[in-house]
Design a protein around this ligand. Structure first.
Ligand code: WTA
Length: 568
């Protein structure tokens, strides 16, 4: 235990190297109440435990969206998540059921998410920008029983096509109840603020995040309650959360960063957590830092680049001196952005690498480590990362290959929902293979090189080309479509679609705009191609698969490589 205290005490990872040598995850488990009681539930550890202890009256959640501003202590959070749990219970939610939350950020979203976990149910957070097709695919695949949403988003839920969906709870002021539609606030107003938590097994399902691969529809990545072990520790080690910190993670809970680090890590650590609603806007973001005195800030390269682009004027209006630690995730963090961070805040931006599937940070720059700009950092204690060749053999330093992680680790996904074959395909023996290519240097720092597959990272959001292509070919004018990520200085990548038109359609700017709108309205604005290029024909394999690799080579003026599998 002494060792662990050193790890979790005043200043995080005093010696990274020592920690890696001696740390074992079982040590971290001793920091939870379930170590003594055997009663497991992440929502209890994140909220109730603090509410019942010294942190009862500490501020837990600070919400602001430019208009609505609310503050909740840990005691308040306990009460409000109990209330939400009781509402869900009253509509029949039980352990293991899937409850989806599809709404813009608001305090209720957080209460409902925690309330779902308190019932032992599995929560599925959906990004508010999703349109009908995207919502349909996720609810159908997961066989969701309940969805909580708002009046504005209701039209995007194709109720008739979702046989398992029993209840739609609407959070709003004047809700018209009909059929499956129920007024959430009416129930919440009458609900008790006492709730018996449903204790679960550490390996029971907790959260289902749908994410994209290079093939097929988005897949449901299931995380279990045991993930809290890694959320807690990375919150200490990497976010460096201290008792007085005001922490702000800018990610939406529709994405994994917005739950693992927008909810679990900060609350497990008893931090004060800032939640900001509304859209990105440089001045507004700076004003949030000033308003709340944010000290630890976790965001993404695209946001930093947009702030950079907004220039000095936006920056100089605000007092940002409260900041002491800045972190980044989701895309390569360019050295240029690190330089900007240095000049603007006098702070180095710390990169972190992980994925929806890993559930929590895996490769990081710790506060105490020397940062090599352009590198993602080193593996966290208790985890081992390596670069493998295509046969699964570890490669020596400076050789580029498949970035892989030794299984298991506490927050590793446990399942791809209803798709065991897909789950198995991630593993090569003991190794989880990430789909990223990277190399390691002689000091154990990892350097990102790109994706091995066709997954697109645009403005930090992960988009599968297949989902976009499937939507494109539903448009009456589109015969064939191939989608790639095109490098972009601000967004990392943008989505570019190559399209062959059906007979009788002519290329035009109007048609481009119409097709873009069609994808936006079907999937989501961030999934719509920013660029469209019409072609007479697309490169295909003899079995009819569109060769994205060739499209990419066209786009970047690269060699097209081996074309032996291409038709004529
Ligand atoms: C990419 C987000 C470079 C990577 C938490 C990974 C990064 C994918 C970094 C996962 C980083 C994440 N540098 N690339 N620091 N962090 N990525 O599932 O390609 O939305 O495989 O999880 O984002 O995206 P996901």
């Amino acid at each position: 235990m002494e060792k662990l205290k050193a790890l979790s005490g005043e200043h995080q990872l005093a010696s990274y190297e020592d920690a890696c040598q001696s740390f074992e995850w079982t040590q971290a488990e001793a920091l939870f109440s379930w170590d003594l009681t055997g009663n497991v539930n992440t929502a209890y550890e994140a909220i109730d435990r603090h509410a019942e202890g010294e942190l009862a009256t500490k501020l837990a959640l600070l919400y602001f969206d430019g208009e609505r501003e609310e503050r909740y202590t840990y005691e308040d959070m306990k009460r409000e998540s109990n209330r939400a749990g009781n509402v869900l219970k009253s509509v029949g939610v039980e352990k293991g059921d899937r409850v989806f939350i599809f709404m813009p950020r608001s305090p209720e979203l957080y209460f409902i998410l925690l309330g779902t976990l308190k019932l032992g149910a599995i929560v599925g957070p959906l990004f508010e920008a999703f349109m009908e097709q995207a919502v349909h695919d996720r609810l159908l695949d997961s066989e969701a029983k309940v969805i909580v949403t708002t009046e504005a988003l209701l039209p995007r839920i194709p109720v008739d096509q979702l046989p398992h969906l029993e209840t739609i709870l609407i959070v709003g002021d004047e809700v018209k109840e009909a059929g499956k539609i129920i007024d959430y606030r009416k129930l919440a107003g009458d609900a008790s603020t006492d709730l018996d938590i449903t204790w679960v097994d550490r390996e029971d399902g907790m959260i289902l995040h749908y994410t994209s691969g290079s093939t097929g529809k988005p897949k449901g990545v299931l995380h279990v309650h045991n993930a809290m072990v890694q959320h807690l520790m990375t919150g200490k080690w990497v976010l460096d959360l201290q008792p007085d910190d005001i922490y702000w993670c800018t990610a939406d809970p529709g994405w994994v960063t917005g739950t693992s680090y927008g909810i679990f890590a900060p609350f497990l650590n008893g931090a004060t957590n800032v939640i900001v609603g509304g859209r990105f806007n440089p001045e507004f973001w700076y004003s949030v830092i000033e308003r709340f005195g944010v000290t630890v800030w976790y965001s993404a390269p695209t946001a930093f680049r947009m702030l950079m682009g907004a220039g000095e004027e936006a920056f100089e209006k605000y007092d940002l001196s409260s900041l002491r630690h800045i972190l980044s995730v989701g895309e390569p963090l360019n050295p240029e952005v690190i330089r900007w961070g240095n000049e603007s805040f006098g702070l180095r931006i710390h990169d972190t690498w992980w994925m929806t599937e890993t559930g929590a940070m895996m490769i990081c720059n710790y506060p105490t480590m020397d940062i090599k700009p352009g590198s993602m950092g080193k593996a966290i204690p208790g985890c081992e990362a390596a670069i493998l060749d295509d046969r699964g053999q570890p490669l020596p330093p400076h050789r580029m290959g498949n970035l892989a992680l030794k299984t298991p680790w506490p927050s590793m996904m446990r399942k791809i929902w209803k798709n065991d074959a897909k789950y198995e395909s991630y593993f090569w023996g003991d190794w989880y293979v990430s789909g990223d290519s990277a190399y390691m240097d002689e000091d154990g720092y990892f350097w990102f090189q790109g994706r091995v597959d066709d997954v697109i990272m645009t403005a930090g959001e992960r988009v599968g080309p297949f989902e976009v292509e499937s939507r494109l070919v539903e448009h009456p004018a589109v015969a064939e479509a191939g989608v790639i990520g095109k490098p972009d200085p601000v967004r990392g990548e943008i989505i570019k679609a190559f399209i062959a038109l059906r007979k009788g359609y002519e290329p035009s700017d109007e048609l481009k705009a119409e097709i873009q709108k069609f994808v936006k309205e079907g999937l989501a604005a961030h999934a719509a191609p920013r660029e469209i290029e019409f072609k007479d024909k697309l490169p295909k394999t003899r079995s009819g698969k569109i060769m994205r690799r060739v499209l990419k080579a066209w786009e970047l003026n690269l060699e097209t490589g081996d074309l032996s599998t291409m038709e004529d």
